[in-house]
Design a protein around this ligand. Structure first.
Ligand SMILES: Cc1cc2nc3c(=O)[nH]c(=O)nc-3n(C[C@H](O)[C@H](O)[C@H](O)COP(=O)(O)OP(=O)(O)OC[C@H]3O[C@@H](n4cnc5c(N)ncnc54)[C@H](O)[C@@H]3O)c2cc1C
Ligand code: FES
Length: 479
């Protein structure tokens, strides 16, 4: 299940950190956010190192659909309502500026990465008023937007918000060039951060500034990101024998689909759900059925999935990690719009480290609490976490091992103890603890990925128990 980007791109291998070092800036995570932060710091004459648990761009960045756009679903109407016009203006300006920054880096370094300028459309099959309001809101914030009913989609829409001068690219071809002159340690998982000292398995780093760009922060206290962020997954089918679209598309409804071309292919996205809540699977099949309906002659090239963090008020957390950790910063909560937001993170954090005031700081500060935008989501977060923890402690499942079919996974009752099992196509049983190693919630099997996923904060483990996605740092135990 490799993405089309990963299939086509190999990065130069980097060394592991094997000794203690002192640096000005250490960045945790070599995804789009971490690498761009290091790049902009370098442009300002500030050296940094990146510590990466696996390999460059091996996290969510390798599985993005890589639309570079300020159109983030229905956003601007809500932002004006909950944050006010001034902050909404900053959101629009920051993300529009990010598109321009990509273009200027790509031009100045002459990076060949399939960068293309084109419009982005947010379409609706049902709610014209919602789209019209989004267009009005976007226009009031100086975004070049208009309402249209014309699209190049294979079905009729009721209406669409068209944003002009947006872009898309091949994210790994871009990062290959941008990462070239940066110091990156691969296979160097950070285990702990205390008093400006970062501990990895084979060396410690003393840093004057530390940037946590590891997708979901694994440091629980201070910061308390686990109480105010969850993860959402979605799925991508890459197909060819399909037409050229005039732009990138996304349905305003969570049930709908996303489209973009890459060369002669279309990346068809959809099937979103909270991580850890996909008990019946079938997400790729749903995409295949949709592809058949939209493009009957299509040929499947590959498929993959990814997940992203969502904050309680839907605006990313970019800035000081917590009030009690000076010189420590975070970039997270991009809600599936991490291309522009990685660039916004890099702009804000490189300015903060350089001691320059950035006008977007106040909007994105993780220390904010916007009551109207946050309270309902905060209650939802607490409810999900409480349910995950309670299930782990009290409820015994009804399923027995003999009832689990070949190729399936389930939580079973084994002599009064709850364990997770997966039976591979040869009937071999893999049994693991269902207790998440982050904060102990109960894991659930994801039949589409054959993984154990956590509904609380989105950690994931393969069926053998090996950690795939953080905030957990450890594998789950074999049962
Ligand atoms: C299906 C899907 C499609 C998307 N499409 C788009 C799109 O079209 N446009 C858009 O703008 N956004 C999109 N996004 C969102 C975007 O892909 C992400 O927001 C972005 O890639 C996140 O980048 P990142 O650098 O924060 O995280 P990552 O790329 O996950 O990087 C974090 C890195 O930190 C490392 N790490 C983790 N823990 C540690 C540790 N303890 N020590 C050291 N290293 C560690 C990881 O290995 C990883 O390499 C999409 C998201 C999804 C789910
Ligand atoms: S990810 Fe936090 S408890 Fe599982």
């Amino acid at each position: 299940m490799e993405s089309i980007w990963r299939k086509e791109c190999e990065f130069e291998k980097r060394e592991q950190l094997t000794k203690d070092i002192k640096v000005e800036v250490a960045i945790i995570g070599a995804g789009m956010a971490g690498i761009l932060t290091a790049y902009l710091l370098k442009e300002k004459g500030i050296n940094s190192i990146i510590l990466e648990a696996n390999e460059i761009a091996s996290g969510q960045t390798q599985n993005t659909t890589a639309k570079i756009t300020s159109q983030h679903g229905v956003t601007y109407d809500k932002l004006i309502t909950h944050f006010g016009k001034e902050k909404a203006l900053f959101y629009a300006a920051a993300n529009e500026q990010a598109i321009g920054m990509y273009e200027s880096i790509i031009q100045s370094k002459q990076i060949s990465c399939h960068f293309e300028k084109l419009p982005s459309y947010l379409y609706t099959l049902t709610d014209v008023e919602k789209i019209q309001k989004e267009v009005d809101a976007a226009r009031s914030l100086a975004i070049d937007a208009e309402f249209t009913t014309y699209t190049t989609l294979p079905f009729e829409v009721k209406g669409a918000a068209r944003f002009h001068n947006q872009a898309m690219f091949h994210p790994l071809e871009f990062l290959q060039e941008v990462a070239k002159d940066l110091t990156i340690y691969e296979h160097t998982m950070v285990r702990d951060v205390k008093d400006q000292i970062i501990t990895t398995d084979h060396g410690r780093v003393k840093a004057n500034h530390i940037v946590v760009a590891c997708h979901y922060p694994f440091i629980n206290v201070p910061g308390y990101y686990f109480a105010r962020m969850h993860q959402e997954r979605s799925y991508v089918l890459c197909i060819n024998n399909t037409p050229k679209l005039d732009g990138m598309y996304k349905d305003e409804s969570d049930e709908g689909y996303s489209f973009r071309n890459y060369e002669d292919m279309i990346l068809l996205g959809g099937g979103g759900h909270r991580t850890g809540e996909n008990p019946y699977g079938g997400k790729y099949e749903k995409l295949r059925r949709a592809a058949k309906e939209f493009y009957p002659e299509f040929k499947e090239v590959c498929y993959w999935s990814a997940q992203d963090c969502k904050t309680i008020d839907s605006v990313p957390y970019i800035g000081a990690f917590s009030a009690s950790t000076p010189n420590m910063y975070v970039a997270t909560g991009f809600k599936k719009w991490g291309m522009t937001h990685s660039m916004v993170s890099a702009m804000i954090l490189s300015d903060m480290i350089a001691g320059v005031k950035n006008s977007y700081e106040e909007l994105y500060t993780p220390q904010r609490f916007m009551v109207t935008a946050s309270v309902k989501s905060l209650l939802d977060e607490s409810k999900h976490a409480a349910t995950g923890i309670l299930l782990e402690k009290f409820k015994l499942p009804d399923t027995k091992l003999s009832e689990v079919k070949i190729g399936q996974g389930a939580v079973i009752d084994h002599d009064g103890e709850k364990i997770g099992v997966y039976k591979d196509p040869d009937g071999k049983v893999y049994a693991v603890s269902t207790k998440c190693t982050h904060l102990g919630c109960q894991l659930d099997f994801n039949p589409d990925e054959l993984s154990w996923d956590c509904p609380c904060h989105g950690s994931r483990f393969d069926y053998t128990g090996k950690l795939i996605n953080n905030p957990a740092l450890e594998n789950i135990e074999h049962a």
